[in-house]
Every structure is written in C-alpha cells, then in structure tokens.
Design a protein around this ligand. Structure first.
Ligand code: ARG
Ligand code: ZN
Length: 879
C-alpha cells in the first residue's frame, strides 16, 4: 500500500503519556503498556486503530475491564473504545527479540537487547499510534536477569533501580520531554562505559556516557571527545544547550544504519563509536566525529522539534546533516581544511545523490509518496536536503540564518512540523532578504526532483570594460514530474584575471527565472569567471570554459573548491574523450604539467593535493554519459592512473617521503592530509613498479602492512599492493588478517578492500570478482551482520563497477542471489542492495539487457518484502 503526502490528516486520538514495562527475555519478552489517550475533538468518533507488527497481543483493558479487539492488516482495532474525552488503555503483548533479524524494533545482538524504532519499529515492540505527530511522556520499567544484563537503559533520567527475585533486577527511567515513539529506546546488556561530566553555559552539570562491550573501552576516547565538542559547538554556534541531566551513547554491532538519535540514549553502529589508531583510519575518525555530532544535534533539530509526518523527513535530516557538516568544518580549523571538508561533501553528493536524482528512485527532498518509508532515508533527503538548507544560509547570510534558527525554536519548540514551517521561519527572521523575496519559488527545491542544469556564458566588452554573464537553467523530467518550474539558484561568482589576479571580487547572483543576465562593470581585462564557488547550489554547471581557462583557475582561483573543480574538469574532459575514442592516447603535457605543479606546490595543503590528484571516480565519469560501458570506463581510468604514475614518478617518490608523519598519531586534518597524500603516492609508486617489474616500492608497502603504527597507513599500503596486482598482495592480505586478530571492524576492512579490488584490465580479468565470490564462503563471513554484508556484497556491487558489470552477467546473478538471501532476514538491508540497479537504463549493451533480466527475475519472486518490491518496481518502471 502506497501512502501519499496529500492524504495527511491529524490523528483521531492523541497519546499523552505512556507507562511501559518490559520483562526482557530473548525468546519471549512481555511488554505491558499503559496509554493515556485523549480524543482529538476535531475528529469524528471512530474505532481506535493501533499499529502492531510481528507481535502478539495478550489482552487489552480499560478501567479494569477487558476490551474486545480485532486484527486488521497489521492493525489492532478497538471498535468501542471508552467514550470519554480521556481514557487509559492497558495492553499486554509479547515479542521475540532473538527472532527479530530485521533489526527494527526490539532485537538481540551479542547477547544484549537493543532497539531501533525509526521509522516504524516501535509497532514491532508494542501496539501504538506509530506516527511522529503523536507525542507522549514516557516512563519505562525494565526487568531482566542481572548477571546477563547488568546495564538497563532507556530515555531520560534514571529514577529508580533495584533487585528482584530469581537473580533479576529492574530500572525505571523517565523522560520529561514529550516525544514521538520513533525516539524511544531501551538497552539491556553487559556493557561498560566511559563517563565524563560537562558544564553548560548556564552552569548546569551534565553526565555524558559512552557504553560499549567489555574490552572496547580503550576505543571510546575519540567518541567521547567528539560528544564533548558537539555539546560545546551547538551551544556556541546556535545557542542550543544540552537539555538532559545525562546523555548516553551505546554501541551495537548489529545495526542497519549509522546511528540513531533516541532522546538521551543514542544507539550507534560500533563503526561510528570505536576507534583506536590501530583499528580505525583517519576517515573513520572523521566519520565518528560527524556522526556523533549529527545524532547529538538531532536533540534539537529532530527531537525538540520533530516531523509532522515522514514526508517531512528532510526537515530533521537535511538540517541536521547541514549542522554536522558545519560542525566538522568548524572543528577542522583553517580555511584550507574547511575547503577540504566541503570538497569531500560535494564529492559524496555527486557520487550518491546525483545518480539517485537521475535514476529510477529519483524523488523530491520532500517525497510525495512511498510504500516503505525506510526506502526514503536517501542521499536526496539527507545530502541534497542539507544543500537546500545551505542555500538558505547563503541567501540570508550566516547571521541571518542563526536568527532564523532562533525564530524556528521560538515558534515550534515541542511541536511536530513541516518543511514549510522551517523555511518560513528562516525567511521571516530575515525580511528583505534574497530568500524572503522569493520564498515560494525557493521551496520548489523541496518539491521538484532531478538535478538542475545551469549554463553560463560570458561576453566581455573591452571598450566599456563590462562583462555580461548570461545564466540559463533547465531541468530534465523525473518519475512523475514531466516538466519543471525554474529553481532559485544562488551563484557565488568572482572574475579571475588570466594572469591570476582578481578582476571582480565574490558576489552573489541569484537566478530565479529560466534566463537572466548579470553585468559586472569596470572589469579591466577579459576575465575567467569562477562560478558556483564553494558549490553554492546542487546543480550541474556548464560554463563552457576551455583548457586554458580551467588551467588558469587550477593555478590561481582563490576559491579552493573551484580550484579543485578545475582540475577535476580537466581530467574529466580527457577521460570522457578517451572513453568515447577507440584507443586511449597519451595524456597531454599541459595536463600532466598542471598535475605536477599541484603536487610540487610549496604552499598547497597535502590534503588538497590528494584531492586534486585523485581522478574523478568511475561512477562520476559514468554519470556524464547517456549510455555507459563500465568496462571501458575502468580501462581508461586505470590507463590514466598508470600514465600519471609513470610521468610523475619522481614527484610521487618525493611526495611520499615529504609527507611521512613522524609525530605520534593524531586524527587531525593536518596529519590526515599528509597520510592521504603519502598513501596516494605509495599507490602510484606501486602501480608503476609492478608494471615496470621493479620490486622496491611493493617491498616497502609490504613492510608498512606489517609495521605501520596506525590503520590508515596499514590499509593504505595494503590497498596499494592489492590495486596494483602486486605478487605481494596475497601475503599482505594474509598478514593483515592475522594482525586484525578477529576485531570485527578491522575484518570488515579486510573484506571491503578485496571486494573493491581493482579488476585487472585484459589478462586476469575477472579475478577481483572471483575473489569476492569466494569470500562468501570464508568462515568470518556472514550475511546477518549488516556491516559484514555491506563490506563484501555492497562494496562489490556498488563500488567495483568493472568487477560487477560483466558481459556474462555473473555479477547480476550474484546480486540477485544475495538479495534473495538477505530479504527474508533483513528487508531494509535488502532494499539497499536492490538500489544497486537504480541506473541500469543508462548501461550500454550487453549490460543493460542482462540487468533488466536480472531485475525482472527477482521481481517475479513471491514473498518479497514491501521494501524490496518498491525499489524493484520503480527500477522496472524506468525501462
Ligand atoms: N535518524 C537516523 C539518523 O539519521 C537514521 C535512522 C534511519 N532509520 C531507518 N529506518 N532508515 O541519524
Ligand atoms: Zn539523522
């Protein structure tokens, strides 16, 4: 059944207060719930329909008497609830946590109890009005065996705990803030915690705790430091303080997503909590900082103000991603480190969201309909949603945006609201702003799917010293949206001189019609326009610039984002030309020289150099083509990598030596940037060495796999050997596995690297695929743990196009088999895997037909989950 945004109606009943009592048992947990219900006087008298899924009701009572009920399609229907305006309903039901492999609702992991309720998991725990606009105050009693589950946690404050008979104990928690049930959480497990006290500006002391399994305490320092930094940042930047006496983070090994912002009790995938230099890379450390921040920031943007309905998901997710991005930038420090973070974010947006917006699952930031809401926790809702918020900030200014946030909380604290309410608050706090002037038009970003195209053409009048820029926009049709209205596109622009000087400083151009002209007066010479600086809008820009102009920007643009972009554009143009040509030619000298100049540059940051010298991904190249051949793209990109490896050999060697970090490990942007560049250099050196039969660099890489003092360097060296197809790759992999010592997150990396292994071009082709397939039988492999399944299956299908898209369709068979295996275990995870085929219509033959056939074969199976059925259905509609 499909739900439509337009069908929203306020609930006929509210639940104001909930008392829950759990007798925790893995086989059969008993849940007693007391619901304080209030009729919505605006609604007709009607039956009370409570959501419930995979649970069994024992009894329903009110005022001491049993009430009759019936079941109707995952609903518990009470036809004759008490007629009073307010009444109490008592329900008793059971669920089976150990059978709950969906990891939604109450489940077991590593011998403990954990919950995940967003979006619709609470109904898998007890009968309820499982919708975000029903907000209640919770009191929760947990009872469990004390030896097995010494730690009992729920939201809010601990009010009581004590002993019971038979070795059991109990804890009572009370959360004073009314909340939707998707923010409910409980934990019952054998855990230990790191604690820290923190004082907010008001002088109140708060307790911060990070709970992990015994033995993992040594890997919680970074998560705790990130939490402390998050608390401080939200108060400093937005005036939003911690509002609870205690704030807990709990790590769990089996988790569908990254983490969850349950009020006062965030539950995290271990991947985003546990880190030590020996087990986590710089990227992992940065990921922990941003996810800890993200979940903490949800406490205001998501929890204090929540979503009226799930179509408004971006209200909290887009805004909170924007906030975590800003947090990471502020933490990064200097202008260059901030720019590096921005480049990484945009690269991620283009890698995940642009294809989504061009593919079968394209949907607006605020979707219009869904069959399974879990399918809409997407790059569009999250990352494009964050860009929409960022554009608002650009249009009202940073201070104006902070005023807008303040007004948003003045108006809506404690409410469940819509994306319109948010945009209205930002605009109303900034009357006379570029946003307020065109709010309705701006909100098309929420309504229209697809990535707009922005065309820019300039004309210089030397006599009048005038530069006229013509901006044009267009947008392609997307599913259900054949035509589009113009978007409001903020374009940050500057004019750069051919000698590198500035001819016009940065200014904000706002395009809100199909075509507009912008005039720059008093321009001394013909400029090179630097447009969309900092990626000021999520669009595809065609500025018509040629090599000479892009080389100017790469050498001189004062906006680091556009400087990087110029380098990528130069590379992309060459990649695209070669992909479409019959053979791959030698790279031209100006391009190679430009890359060398960046690599040798005395002033540029290593992190920035690494970004410039990394060629656009195969996926990004594919996205530029109406019809693409993954094998051809892979062959060309590998060829270019080999050429850059050979042409810059001595520079790579210098860069490697110059960027070795001698100090003790710290996951700072400065150190991370040096390690990233050194590891890129090592990869290039190994690539060239293997091709030219030289053993020195592979030998050094092998040494680093054994001796590296941190995971970033260890896995960097291993990747260099694996991707260059060195003979030392096998022994290095064995060594790495031994060093991992069974540490789950490290074993995940071992699988992931092999699943991503560069597929040999020509002789040996198919080796990477065969290796990944064989790993399914490895004793460490399991499809039940989402991290492990992702590390092998998803990495192969999503991040290794040349191994996956095979002329013999074996990759698609592999995909179909895994999908059908995972779906009965975990539909959410399976539906993510189904998304691999989103862009099948853009594949060249024979891949396209084979992909279609695989899709049709899977879609024909009976008993698919709603989640998977929705994704496959959309894919097949794309024809
Ligand atoms: N709200 C969580 C976060 O972004 C993610 C929850 C995802 N849940 C889901 N069913 N997809 O931090
Ligand atoms: Zn979130």
């Amino acid at each position: 059944t499909v739900v439509h945004r337009q069908d929203y109606a306020a609930p006929a009943f509210w639940i104001r207060q909930v008392e829950l009592c759990f007798d925790l048992d893995p086989v059969k947990t008993i849940v007693s719930s007391k619901l304080h219900i209030e009729r919505n006087p605006a609604a007709e008298p009607q039956p009370l329909k409570l959501h419930g899924e995979d649970i069994s009701v024992l009894r329903v009572m009110s005022g001491g008497e049993s009430l009759s009920f019936r079941h109707e399609d995952k609903l518990l229907v009470i036809d004759n609830p008490p007629a009073d305006a307010q009444f109490v309903l008592e329900i008793r039901n059971t669920c089976s946590p150990e059978k709950n492999t969906h990891l939604s609702g109450l489940y077991t992991s590593g011998g403990g109890f954990f919950t995940q309720c967003e979006a619709e998991g609470f109904r898998r725990i007890t009968y309820f009005l499982d919708r975000p606009d029903v907000m209640a105050v919770y009191t929760v009693t947990l009872r469990a065996d004390k030896a097995k589950y010494p730690v009992l946690l729920s939201n809010g404050n601990l009010v009581e705990q004590g002993e019971l008979d038979n070795g059991r104990h109990f804890a009572v928690w009370h959360d004073p803030f009314p909340k939707p049930c998707y923010l409910f959480a409980l934990v019952g497990a054998d855990l230990v915690c790191r604690e820290q006290k923190i004082r907010t500006r008001a002088g109140k002391e708060h307790l911060l705790q990070v709970f992990v399994r015994r033995g993992d305490l040594g890997k919680t320092e970074h998560a705790m430091a990130s939490l402390v930094a998050s608390v401080v940042w939200d108060e400093a930047r937005f005036g939003l303080p911690l509002d609870l006496e205690r704030f807990m983070i709990v790590a769990v090994e089996d988790f569908n997503m990254g983490a969850m912002e349950n009020k006062g009790l965030n539950i995290f995938n271990t991947k985003y909590v546990l880190a030590s230099p020996a087990t986590a890379t710089d990227v992992d450390f940065a990921g922990i900082e941003s996810v800890v921040g993200h979940e903490y920031f949800h406490n205001w943007t998501g929890n204090r103000i929540t979503c009226r309905d799930w179509f408004q998901l971006s209200l909290k997710e887009g805004l909170t991603v924007f906030r975590d991005q800003e947090f990471s930038m502020d933490m990064a420090g200097g202008a260059s480190a901030r720019a590096v973070k921005r480049i990484e974010d945009v690269r991620g947006l283009r890698a995940a969201q642009f294809p989504e917006d061009a593919g079968a699952m394209a949907h607006p930031v605020r979707p219009d309909s869904y069959a399974a809401i879990d399918n809409f926790y997407t790059a569009t809702v999250y990352e494009k949603g964050a860009e929409v918020v960022r554009m608002m900030q650009t249009l009202v200014g940073r201070e104006g945006f902070e005023r807008g946030i303040t007004l948003y909380f003045e108006r809506h604290d404690g409410q469940a609201v819509t994306c319109d309410d948010f945009a209205q608050a930002i605009a109303d706090a900034n009357p006379g702003s570029e946003l307020a002037a065109r709010l309705e038009t701006f909100k098309r970003w929420y309504a229209q799917a697809g990535t707009p195209r922005l065309k820019a053409r300039g004309a210089y009048d030397a006599e009048a010293r005038r530069y006229t820029l013509t901006l044009t926009q267009s947008a392609e049709p997307s599913p259900g949206q054949p035509t589009k209205e113009p978007f409001v596109i903020p374009v940050l622009a500057a004019l750069i001189g051919r000698d590198g000087g500035t001819l016009a400083g940065e200014r904000l151009l706002v395009l809100d019609t199909p075509e507009q002209q912008f005039v720059f007066e008093d321009v001394a010479a013909e400029p090179v326009p630097s447009l969309l600086r900092g990626f000021s809008a999520p669009v595809i820009l065609d500025d018509g610039l040629g090599d000479a102009e892009l080389l100017t920007l790469l050498a001189h643009d004062s906006d680091p984002f556009n400087r990087w972009e110029a380098g990528q554009r130069l590379a992309l143009a060459r990649l695209l030309a070669a992909v479409q040509a019959p053979t791959t030619e030698a790279l031209d000298t100006p391009f190679v020289d430009a890359m060398r100049a960046v690599l040798r540059h005395p002033a540029l940051d290593p992190a920035f150099k690494e970004l410039v010298l990394t060629l656009p991904s195969e996926g990004y190249v594919a996205e530029q083509l109406a019809s693409f051949d993954p094998q051809r793209i892979h062959a060309v990109r590998e060829n270019f990598r080999e050429q850059l490896a050979a042409a810059l050999q001595t520079d790579w060697a210098e860069a490697f030596e110059a960027n070795l970090v001698q100090e003790g490990y710290a996951p700072t942007p400065a150190q991370a940037g040096r390690r990233a560049l050194a590891n890129l250099a090592l990869a290039m050196l190994c690539l060239h060495a293997v091709r030219s039969g030289d053993a020195v660099w592979p030998g050094r890489a092998y040494q680093r796999v054994k001796d590296a003092s941190n995971m970033t360097d260890r896995i960097g060296a291993l990747a260099a050997l694996v991707h260059s197809h060195s003979e030392l790759a096998e022994p290095a992999l064995a060594r790495f596995h031994a060093i991992a010592g069974g540490e789950p997150l490290v074993v995940d990396k071992w699988f992931a690297l092999q699943a991503q292994a560069s597929e040999p071009v020509g002789a040996g082709h198919g080796r990477a695929f065969a290796r990944a397939k064989a790993l399914l039988k490895h004793p460490d492999f399991s499809l039940k743990n989402p991290n492990r399944a992702r590390s092998l299956v998803f990495q192969l299908c999503m991040n290794n196009p040349a191994a996956f898209h095979r002329a013999d369709a074996a990759g698609y068979v592999f995909w179909a088999e895994r999908l059908l295996e995972i779906d009965p275990i975990n539909p959410q995870l399976a539906a993510r895997l189904a998304r691999v085929m989103d862009r099948w219509t853009a594949l060249a033959e024979p891949y396209r037909s084979a992909a279609r056939e695989a899709l049709a074969r899977v879609a024909a199976k009976p008993d698919l989950s709603d989640d998977v059925r929705e994704v496959l259905g959309r894919a097949l509609e794309a024809q």
